[in-house]
Design a binder for this molecule. Structure first.
Ligand code: FAD
Length: 320
C-alpha cells in the first residue's frame, strides 16, 4: 500500500509539476500512514531520484533505458503498467500535462480503473481509504471518489503545494529493469514548437478578455495604461485573437496576479480554476447573474464598451 506519483522529467530535469505532486503526495501518504513513492522513467535521470527524496518521496522506482529517453506512449505505458501490477499502489497521481494527459487514461484503461482529470484539490477519507478528488466539470466543481484500485488522477498545474527542499531526507532508490516492448511510433526528429511567450504566469496585473469583448484594441489600451498583461478565455483563443499561451484556466495557465480584471467573461468553472487565486478580482459584465461575480471582489454590471473607455479616461487623467 502506498501513494505513487509519476515524476515527469524533460531533458533530465524534473518538471515543476513533479514537485507539486511530491507536495500533495506527501500530504496524502502521511494521512494514510503509507510511503510516498515516485516513479522516475527515462535515461540518465538517476540524480533526479535523490532530488525527489529531498522533496518528500520515501522511495523512488527508477526505470532507466536509452529507449525511455523520450516519452513514447506505448513504451512508457508498458513499463508503468507492469510496475503498478507488481507493487499495487493505492493511489497514482500524474500531472495534467501533455504527457500526463496522454499517459494516465491509457493506464487507467489498461488497469480497468477510473481516472479523474484536472483535479484541483485532493483529500482522503481515511476510514474508506478513498481519495476524494475535486475537479471542474463545466460550470461546477465536482467531487469524485473511485471504488476500483488504484485510484488515479491527473492534477492541474500550479494548484498544489510544494515542499521546501530538505537534503537531509533519506529514502530508498529501487532500480527496476524494464521489459520494453517495441514502440508503436518511430520518432525521427523532434523540433521545438515556437510559441509566443505571454508572460501571464508572472504578471502582477492581468486584463483578461472574454467573448463579450468586441473592441480588442480598447482592452490592449487599458492593459498598457495599467502596465498589465492581456489574458484570454478559450473562445478568444479559439477565435484566433490571441495565441494559446494567453489562455487562463483548466486547459490554459494558472495565474495569481495582484490584480485580475475580467472583461466580458462569464466565469465558467474551467476559467475560474485558473484565476481564482488572484489577490483582487474585478469583473465587468453586462449580465448581473454571470457566475464570475461570485468570485469577484469588485463587480461592475454594464456594457464594457462604455465602462472601459471611462476607466481609460480616469487612468489618463490620474497619470497626467
Ligand atoms: P462566454 O461564456 O460566452 O461569456 C461571455 C460573457 O460576456 C457573458 O457573460 C456576457 O454576459 C458578457 N458580455 C457580452 N457582451 C458584453 C458587453 N458588451 N459588456 C459586458 N459583458 C458582456 N475556458 C477558459 O477560459 N479556459 C480554459 O482553460 C478552458 N478549458 C476548458 C476545458 C474543457 C474540457 C471545456 C469543456 C471547456 C473549457 N473552457 C475553458 C471553456 C469554458 O467552459 C467556457 O466556455 C469559456 O470559459 C467561456 O468564455 P467566455 O467567458 O469568454 O465566454
Amino acid at each position: 500500500m502506498s501513494v505513487w506519483i509519476f515524476a515527469e522529467q524533460k531533458k533530465e530535469q524534473l518538471a515543476s509539476i513533479s514537485l507539486e505532486l511530491s507536495g500533495i503526495g506527501r500530504q496524502l501518504a502521511d494521512e494514510l500512514e503509507v510511503d510516498l513513492a515516485a516513479l522516475l522513467v527515462g535515461s540518465g535521470v538517476e540524480p533526479l531520484a535523490r532530488e525527489l527524496i529531498f522533496r518528500g518521496a520515501d522511495k523512488v522506482y527508477l526505470v532507466e533505458d536509452p529507449a525511455l529517453r523520450r516519452y513514447q506512449a506505448s513504451t512508457y505505458q508498458k513499463v508503468i503498467e507492469d510496475l503498478i501490477v507488481r507493487y499495487n499502489p493505492e493511489i497514482v497521481l500524474f500531472g495534467a500535462t501533455t504527457i500526463g494527459r496522454a499517459l494516465a487514461p491509457r493506464l487507467a484503461c489498461a488497469l480497468d480503473t477510473g481516472l479523474s482529470a484536472h483535479c484541483v484539490d485532493l483529500k482522503v477519507d481515511k476510514s474508506k481509504r478513498q481519495l476524494v478528488q475535486v475537479c471542474p466539470f463545466f460550470d461546477h466543481m465536482v467531487t469524485i471518489v473511485c471504488d476500483s484500485r488504484p485510484q488515479m488522477a491527473t492534477i492541474q498545474l500550479g494548484v498544489m503545494p510544494t515542499l521546501p527542499r530538505d537534503d537531509s531526507r533519506k529514502g530508498e532508490i529501487i532500480r527496476v529493469d524494464p521489459e520494453i516492448g517495441p514502440p508503436d511510433v518511430e520518432i525521427l526528429s523532434v523540433e521545438p514548437v515556437k510559441q509566443e511567450a505571454s508572460g501571464i504566469e508572472e504578471a502582477e496585473v492581468i486584463v483578461a478578455v472574454g467573448r463579450g469583448v468586441k473592441d480588442f484594441p480598447l482592452l490592449q489600451e487599458l492593459a498598457r495604461l495599467l502596465g498589465a498583461v492581456v489574458g484570454a478565455t478559450m473562445p478568444v483563443v479559439d477565435a484566433g485573437i490571441l495565441p494559446e499561451s494567453y489562455m487562463i484556466g483548466q486547459t490554459g495557465k494558472i495565474v495569481k496576479p495582484k490584480l485580475y480584471i475580467g472583461c466580458g467573461i462569464s466565469g465558467a468553472g474551467q476559467h475560474i480554476v485558473g484565476m481564482q487565486n488572484s489577490e483582487v478580482i474585478v469583473a465587468i459584465n453586462k449580465d448581473e447573474t454571470a457566475p464570475i461575480f461570485e468570485v469577484a471582489d469588485y463587480g461592475i454590471v454594464g456594457d464594457l464598451h462604455k465602462i472601459v473607455p471611462a476607466l481609460i479616461a480616469a487612468l489618463k487623467a490620474s497619470q497626467a
